[in-house]
Design a protein around this ligand. Structure first.
Ligand SMILES: Cc1ncc(C[n+]2csc(CCOP(=O)(O)OP(=O)(O)O)c2C)c(N)n1
Ligand SMILES: [Mg+2]
Length: 224
């Protein structure tokens, strides 16, 4: 399963959410699908995306918060999971893309990205840790259909949930992100001043059928 395909599958659902990503590869991939003011790319502060997400979730209980994390980042701050579980914000979905490496810093290393493997490559089970920390719902998915189903359920559901998506350690096509950190820092809270629309009203009638071409311009150009 590729992370970019997972991101494409949920992209239309992120419209009114507060989305906080970690830095590096996943931020660049989400950006490549089309930047939105409600996306915050947490540069540098590895391991703290869920902490930022928690603050937003508590401040805006009527908005869905989606934290897009990585295995290395979560492992760097395992206490983030216990703090999330303790507060149990019903409106937060924690997506962890587990590629079993520190991909974003490993591309140029001797031996390639496999040089920087994380503990999940030797069996550490992040969903298991989340459950043990007290998450009401935490699961691991390995197939795109399962990811899409789990993510949409979590977004529509009313409890804290964690989805660990096992993905290939594949670099984004480009790391280009034409949004300055400071610009992002100011546009994001401004975007969150707009009240979120009712998710039920936004809901598409069915899940994305993979054989149907997308109508979203940013995704369309990637598919061509
Ligand atoms: C405290 C800290 N240490 C190290 C780094 C350098 N760094 C940036 S991204 C990254 C790897 C992140 O790994 P992961 O969360 O698994 O995401 P991936 O790159 O695999 O998508 C590292 C080590 C950092 N930004 N902050
Ligand atoms: Mg990783």
């Amino acid at each position: 399963m590729k992370r970019i395909d997972c991101l494409k599958a949920i992209y239309p659902e992120l419209e009114d959410c507060a989305v906080v990503t970690i830095m590096g590869a996943v931020a660049a991939e989400l950006y490549s699908l089309g930047h939105r003011a409600n996306f915050f790319y947490l540069e540098h502060a590895m391991g703290l995306a869920s902490s930022i997400g928690l603050g937003i979730a508590l401040a805006q209980p009527g908005r869905k918060v989606v934290v897009i994390d990585g295995d290395g980042s979560v492992l760097m701050n395992l206490g983030g999971l216990t703090t999330l579980a303790r507060s149990r914000p019903k409106n937060l979905v924690h997506l962890i893309f587990d590629n079993e490496t520190l991909l974003s810093v490993g591309g140029g290393a001797p031996g390639g990205y496999k040089w920087f493997t994380t503990a999940t490559s030797t069996g550490t089970d992040l969903a298991g840790i989340a459950r043990a920390a007290g998450f009401p719902k935490a699961q691991t998915v390995r197939e795109l259909d399962d990811f899409e189903e789990a993510a949409l359920d979590a977004l529509d559901g009313g409890e804290l949930s964690c989805i660990v998506a096992k993905v290939e350690a594949e670099m984004p096509k480009s790391f280009l992100m034409d949004v300055h950190m400071l610009e992002n820092r100011f546009e994001f809270p401004r975007a969150l001043q707009q009240p979120p629309r009712d998710r039920a009203a936004l809901r598409r009638p069915t899940r994305i059928a993979k054989e149907q071409p997308t109508t979203i311009p940013a995704l369309k150009s990637r598919e061509e």
